[in-house]
Design a protein around this ligand. Structure first.
Ligand code: SF4
Ligand code: SF4
Ligand code: SF4
Length: 273
């Protein structure tokens, strides 16, 4: 029973969010939305514990497709960074604002970059590419691009308001569609260029401007039991985000990049992680 504490805890956290938002905002959508996400995540963790190899990918598809197709395309909610700015400036604390607050700003204080491993619809596609394990752990010096992307999206939405552009809602829908096409294209090109499925996450994604500092303080963290570790280095080799798993400090190399994929856990020959 002890081993099922994590999926049960995750389910309870999401159910608490679901019920709180449902009652606070008097909108039953939030009960459905966060219950669905919580069940999908808990199911993935449960299947992982049961030893099912594709557990994480199942959750990623369940949540990613729901957000991209149902919320994004069918319900016209721009859940990208632009959507967050848009709802923030209109003063609407719903949809994208709540999504960002829960998944990308305050949620990472609890579950770190879990969003990136289990829910992101961009990574959901990139993880199908052939470069699951990075060839070189040397980082390119282009991480600054994420800040340029972050500021560009802010300026884009701000200008729509400053210049009183008509039909901003329509522009938001198109920016969601075009933005996603550009993200997928850039992500696929970078993956092949650097032979790394997650190159987009490491250098381009503007969401990491929120995710990285918040996940530094994450409650759920991958830790190494030094008494069992034989320093074989396998965990670092399989980590798609180049995290130095054997260092337990918060300032470990690429520590804010861990996506909780559990590849290091699965591959450690001494069950030290
Ligand atoms: S870094 Fe960005 S693109 Fe990558 S998984 Fe996280 S949110 Fe998605
Ligand atoms: S894979 Fe396990 S034993 Fe090997 S270095 Fe990592 S933690 Fe230590
Ligand atoms: S392999 Fe381990 S350290 Fe690396 S991202 Fe996955 S869970 Fe985190």
């Amino acid at each position: 029973m002890k081993k099922y504490i994590l999926p049960i805890t995750l389910l309870l956290i999401f159910e608490t969010i679901a019920v709180t938002l449902w009652l606070a905002l008097d909108n039953i959508f939030y009960l459905f939305n966060f219950s669905y996400i919580g069940i999908s995540i808990a199911l993935g963790v449960f299947l992982f514990i049961k030893g099912y190899s594709y557990a994480r990918r199942i959750t990623q598809l369940l949540v990613g497709l729901y957000m991209l197709i149902y919320l994004g395309v069918i319900s016209n909610e721009n859940m990208q960074l632009e959507g967050f700015w848009y709802y923030l400036f209109t003063g609407v604390f719903e949809a994208a604002t709540i999504h960002f607050v829960v998944a990308k700003i305050f949620g990472p204080l609890i579950f770190g970059r879990g969003w990136c491993g289990y829910a992101c619809w961009t990574a959901m596609v990139l993880d199908f590419l052939p470069f699951k394990r990075v060839v070189t752990h040397e980082r390119k010096n282009i991480g600054w691009i994420r800040y340029v992307m972050f500021i560009a999206s802010l300026i884009f939405v701000l200008s729509l308001f400053l210049f009183k552009v008509d039909r901003i809602e329509k522009i938001m829908l198109w920016s969601f569609i075009i933005g996603n096409i550009l993200y997928y294209t850039a992500g696929i090109i970078l993956a092949f260029l650097f032979k790394d499925n997650r190159a987009f996450c490491k250098y381009i994604c503007p969401i990491t401007v929120f995710l990285k500092p918040m996940s530094y303080f994450a409650l759920f963290r991958i830790k190494c039991d030094k008494s069992k570790c034989i320093s074989c280095g396998r965990c670092k080799k399989v980590c798609p985000m180049d995290v130095d798993v054997t260092d337990n400090s918060r300032s470990r190399k690429n520590g804010t990049e861990c996506i909780l994929c559990f590849e290091c856990v699965k591959n450690c020959p001494k069950n030290a992680i």
